[in-house]
Design a protein around this ligand. Structure first.
Ligand code: GAR
Length: 187
């Protein structure tokens, strides 16, 4: 594909979803190309991935949400970014940011939304004795883990499932469903 969509991935932590999208983007027919990585956490492990794969990155520490968004918007404009993937980015973007950017923004969340928005998802799912959990990719609106759902993947919760086992099981599905969602948006 010649004209891949210039994409920025926002991270806050490990970056395993970033890596999975990055690997998919190496495919000639994958619709996007990651041209920028932005972190709100200077210690995010995902920054190491940016360095390893030679992708331009920016991180901002100790600044409030307004300043973070203003700086991020500038970088996005400079790099002519037309699509944002939030991948473990643990901040809610403002209405102003979403409007100013003006292009699609998507997010992944480790639950079957609209259930279990927010943090400590897996603990809450297990405490509620759910039979199933999963992950969801959705469009971003200025409301926590909300917005139109693109794709979901369901996993069966085993007997005596632990938080870390469930997290690992769902993360493996996240890595599949994130790329599938990107393909489905631009098909
Ligand atoms: C993923 O499980 C992602 O779904 C979750 O953070 C983790 C990041 O992992 N995101 C949210 O909870 C957003 N509300 P990663 O840094 O290895 O991709």
């Amino acid at each position: 594909m010649v004209n891949k969509i210039k994409t920025c991935v926002f991270i806050s932590g490990k970056g395993s979803n970033l890596l999975s999208i990055l690997k998919s983007s190496r495919d000639y027919n994958f619709p996007i190309n990651i041209q920028l990585i932005i972190s709100n956490n200077p210690k995010a492990d995902g920054i190491k991935i940016a360095k390893k794969y030679n992708i331009p990155f920016k991180y901002y520490s100790d600044i409030d949400k307004n300043k973070f968004e203003a700086r991020a918007l500038l970088e996005l404009k400079k790099s002519k970014i037309k699509f944002i993937c939030l991948a473990g980015f643990l901040r809610i973007l403002s209405h102003n940011f979403i409007n100013n950017f003006g292009y699609k923004i998507i997010n992944i969340h480790p639950s079957l939304l609209p259930k279990y928005k927010g943090i400590n998802t897996h603990q809450r799912v297990l405490m509620s004795k759910e039979k199933y959990s999963g992950c969801t990719v959705h469009f971003v609106i200025p409301k926590l883990d909300s917005g139109k759902i693109i794709l979901q993947k369901k996993v069966l919760i085993s007997k005596n499932e632990t938080v870390s086992a469930l997290k690992k099981k769902i993360l493996a599905q996240e890595h599949i469903v994130y790329s599938q969602s990107i393909i489905s948006i631009f098909r």
